[in-house]
Design a protein around this ligand. Structure first.
Ligand code: ADP
Length: 213
């Protein structure tokens, strides 16, 4: 099964992707996480990518497509894509890549959320720099901000601030939002209210995926 998660920043793509892989036989591919991992090297390309991400812009299609192609090599059972495709070029290239692999997109889950709700989530989001687990400080009751899995001190992502959020949202509206009609026309789009609690959102996702079979 090949699933795409399409959503504005902070709608919960990463969280829902983790829940999906815990239940279905699919591999989670997060382009944002892959990029952040690659930033640990201190070369000139990493510096360039870091600046682009801090400015809320999109990293070049070529870099992203190379990442995806490599990841798809080890995803024989299917994938849940989180953060890709993010524009029309990427969507078309992905279709062609799947065709080469003899596969297709099964569903595009559009997680919809009002901008202000997403912004509040971004400001409350903490991530574990070691294992990547995501926390929401509006919900979690924690005395110390330590990862529940590996006890590392949690951090705010470099792009999780109000200014970068606004820029990311603008980029989303301009580049990614048009993919809603792109996939609607193909009959693949499933809209899901992502302003509910994460467990409730996942329940709806499960219902919708059940209807596909
Ligand atoms: P969010 O979805 O919460 O905005 P991500 O972790 O998915 O965050 O992405 C963080 C940043 O990584 C984006 O703002 C962008 O700069 C870059 N990025 C991630 N995926 C892509 C992509 N498919 N194409 C171009 N840039 C990307």
């Amino acid at each position: 099964m090949n699933i795409i998660l399409l959503a504005p920043p902070a709608a919960g793509k990463g969280t829902q992707a983790e829940l999906i892989v815990s239940k279905y036989q699919v591999k989670h591919i997060s382009t944002g996480a892959l990029l952040r991992k690659s930033l640990k090297q201190e070369d000139s390309i990493s510096k360039e990518i870091r600046e682009i991400m801090k400015a809320g812009k999109l990293v070049s299609d070529q870099i992203i497509l190379e990442l995806i192609e490599k990841e798809m090599d080890t995803a024989k059972e299917g994938v849940v894509l989180d953060g890709f495709p993010r524009n029309r070029v990427q969507a078309i290239e992905y279709e062609q890549l799947l065709q080469k692999l003899g596969q297709k997109v099964d569903a595009v889950l559009y997680l919809s959320i009002p901008k202000e709700v997403a912004k509040k989530r971004i400001l409350a989001r903490r991530t574990c720099p070691n294992c990547g687990k995501i926390y929401n400080m509006q919900i979690e009751e924690m005395l110390e901000e330590l990862c529940g899995s590996c006890h590392t001190s949690l951090v705010s992502r470099e792009d999780d601030n109000e200014e970068t959020f606004d820029l990311r949202y603008e980029t989303y509206m301009r580049e990614t939002n048009p993919l809603i009609s792109f996939y609607q026309e193909k009959g693949l789009l499933i809209e899901i209210d992502a302003s509910l609690k994460k467990e409730e959102v996942f329940e709806v996702i499960e219902q919708k995926l059940r209807m596909l079979n």
